[in-house]
Design a protein around this ligand. Structure first.
Ligand code: MG
Length: 315
């Protein structure tokens, strides 16, 4: 017989209750993940987006896109009540329910913007310095004529204009050898800047990344709700790796780019489908079955410690 409070008969029900009370946050890359890499379509993800909204699960875009690009997109996707992470983690947008009353000051659009990275003026200045000093060739997004940008990205002209409104990172196309790239990377590192690989561009940015911004938002969510949330992240690119490592459960969506995406994450699912179909497949894998909707890793560790402290007899 087992008379411990952690005994097996009550444990399953206890875990169910814990899971039901645990808030959930879903972090998602946009291009090549929630949005199709080529057409930017998201229809296959629609049923899950509707269901997650009904369940009160915050779906949080985490993207290399700018604030100006995300604002109309989140309206279209029905994500106006959730935060977003823009420019690969350089800034976070907070709707009123996610604002801290004394710290955040929402603008006229109701959004409070927190800058976690560096100013765009500094990034552009240092890129120009290293181009001249090393004699290397690259083209930044802000230097591309609008028609070249629409050709390269497949964006329509109004969207391409929004993509150029950078606040904390500068995308660029490398047009020089691999060998010279390392010197360029090292030069920027000395300035506290890094190069992050996206689907179409390299992004020159500060040391914040998708993972640090996701961790910041998880802490904010925990502070507001008083409970550590269960977190899931989905992405298709190398720039998603820190985000996929910062959460409890992760999905690598099959990419169209041939680049390796191997996060250090034990709870990892790789989708068969690409884009929004792979996104829906990944969400269904983790959260479509109650038994995979586990409690957050930190709580699981506490529970294991508690069981150990109570003595091995319970197992
Ligand atoms: Mg992507």
């Amino acid at each position: 017989m087992n008379d411990s409070p952690l005994a097996l008969p009550g444990k399953a029900a206890d875990a169910d209750l814990e899971a039901a009370l645990t808030p959930r946050l879903l972090f998602t890359d946009l291009d090549g993940s929630l949005l199709d890499h080529h057409s930017y379509d998201w229809a296959p993800a629609r049923p899950w987006l509707t269901r997650l909204k009904q369940l009160g699960v915050a779906v949080i875009p985490v993207t290399s896109k700018t604030r100006s690009e995300i604002v109309p997109l989140r309206r279209e996707l029905g994500l106006e009540d959730t935060p977003f992470i823009a420019e690969n983690g350089a800034l976070v947008g907070l709707p009123p329910a996610w604002c801290h009353a004394r710290i955040d000051r929402p603008g006229p659009d109701g959004l409070a913007i927190r800058t976690l990275g560096v100013d765009i003026g500094f990034v552009r200045k240092r890129l120009a310095v290293w181009r001249e000093r090393l004699g290397v060739s690259f083209t930044t997004m802000s230097e591309m004529p609008l028609d070249a940008l629409t050709d390269y990205t497949g964006l329509a002209e109004p969207e391409a204009r929004l993509a150029r409104m950078r606040e904390g990172s500068e995308p660029l196309i490398w047009e020089d050898d691999e060998a010279r790239f390392e010197g360029f990377r090292e030069g920027l590192a000395g300035d506290g800047l890094q190069l992050v690989r996206g689907g179409r561009f390299w992004h020159a940015t500060g040391t914040s990344h998708k993972g640090s911004a996701v961790s910041w938002l998880i802490s904010r969510g925990e502070a507001l709700r008083g409970r550590r949330p269960l977190t899931l992240a989905l992405g298709d690119g190398p720039n998603d790796i820190p985000m996929l490592e910062a959460v409890d459960q992760a999905v690598v969506i099959r990419g169209c780019h041939g680049l390796e995406v191997s996060p250090n994450q034990s709870a990892l699912y790789r989708s068969e489908a690409t884009g929004p179909a792979g996104w829906a497949e990944g969400v269904a894998y983790w959260w479509g079955r109650a038994d995979r909707r586990v409690i957050p890793a930190a709580l699981r560790a506490e529970r294991t410690d508690a069981i150990r402290a109570a003595g091995e007899a319970v197992i």
